[in-house]
Design a protein around this ligand. Structure first.
Ligand code: UT7
Length: 325
């Protein structure tokens, strides 16, 4: 038995923030952003939109493409580190809005690796027989946690959500293997250090902008390239596959230079790598399911193809999912 993705969906907010608009706000340039990151534009939530709103829309689209009614869901996991509030979980808000009243619901916190972590947990629920149909969502509203005066992070991030419906299958298609890793010693390479129990909201915390993303860019970059290559090799080796067997890699969309470096080290040409960060920036847990949904809808990802999802994020966390579509 395997857990199989039977539907995908995604949603990004309507408002688009271009590099040209950012040039007017901070000391940066379109040329620098494109050369160093590959990002041209990102989507930004409206004032009255939050993570659950994006997650619900992506979830509805995934359910529609799977032909599943919300009533049939028995599990909802939302990978997010920008929940609507500290509690209840964003997954419970999504459960209510979808009217998926039979579903257990919880959030999973693994930053940009949140979707791949959540997919692996969802797979275990399906394989154990505990769940029959699960909705796995990656959703983040990074724009609420960016310091818009810090050019080293403000140009990178965007908002979005992506979702898949998982069900059990007795065929050969579905999730073949998942591989998850973490290195907590490197927690401070990228973090939002304030707002939790260690540094709760206070005037000092807000003045120091500890409620926004603090990142050591160059060290994070090197860790991303190293860990993504390692986990890709581990996945190929444990399934006795060669890079040439992979039809498409769907990597976390943090920086085009990270993606190109990993692809080059693995010997995978860029036309077998799904990239959409030019239009979305880094949408954290949403980045992989957003790109996956795009490639499913345009027909690149189709039945029988071998797909490799590669995630990396704060924690540090990283992981992979190998899928026979
Ligand atoms: O989602 C997972 C976590 N995130 C990531 O994986 C992101 C990983 N890191 C990165 O993508 C890259 O490190 C960045 C895009 C953040 C930075 O690129 P970089 O090539 O590592 O640049 P840098 O930090 O070494 O900075 C080079 C120069 C600096 O100027 P000086 O010191 O050489 O004069 C920066 O101040 O570029 C400057 N700079 C900028 N200039 C124009 C930094 N940000 C900007 C900017 N516009 N937005």
């Amino acid at each position: 038995m395997r857990a199989k993705i039977i539907g995908t969906g995604s949603y990004a907010p309507e408002t688009i923030l271009t590099n040209q608009e950012l040039e007017k706000r901070i000391d940066t340039s379109h040329a620098w952003i494109v050369e160093r990151t590959g990002v041209y534009a990102r989507h930004i939530v409206a004032k009255d939109e939050a993570t659950s709103d994006l997650a619900v829309k992506a979830g509805e689209r995934a359910l529609k493409s799977a032909g599943i009614a919300p009533d049939d869901l028995d599990l909802i996991i939302v990978g997010t580190t920008t929940p609507d509030m500290l509690f209840p979980s964003t997954a419970c808000l999504v459960q209510h809005r979808l009217m998926a009243t039979s579903a257990a619901a919880f959030d999973l916190s693994a930053a940009c690796s949140g979707f791949v972590y959540a997919l692996s947990v969802g797979e275990q629920f399906i394989l154990s027989g505990k769940s029959k149909t699960a909705l796995i969502i990656g959703a983040d509203v990074m724009s609420r946690f960016v310091d818009w005066t810090d050019r080293t992070t403000a140009v990178l991030f965007g908002d979005g959500a992506g979702a898949v419906v998982l069900a059990s299958t007795s065929g050969t298609s579905g999730i073949v293997s998942t591989h998850l890793h973490a290195e907590g010693a490197l927690w401070n390479l990228i973090a939002i250090p304030g707002g939790g129990s260690a540094n709760p909201p206070s005037e000092k915390m807000l003045i120091e902008k500890c409620n926004t993303i603090k990142m050591k860019g160059s060290e994070t970059f090197k860790s991303a390239v190293r860990t993504l290559e390692e986990v890709a090799r581990e996945t190929l080796q444990s399934n006795q596959l060669a890079p040439s067997d992979i039809a498409y890699v769907v990597p976390h969309q943090a920086n085009i230079r990270i993606i190109k470096a990993v692809a080059e080290r693995l010997g995978i040409e860029m036309d077998r790598v799904v990239v959409n960060l030019d239009q979305y920036g880094n949408t954290s847990a949403a980045s992989i399911p957003l790109a996956l949904d795009e490639a499913v809808r345009d027909g690149r990802i189709a039945e029988g193809k071998i797909i490799l999802l590669l995630a990396f994020g704060s924690g540090l966390t990283w992981g992979s999912t190998l899928i026979r579509w």
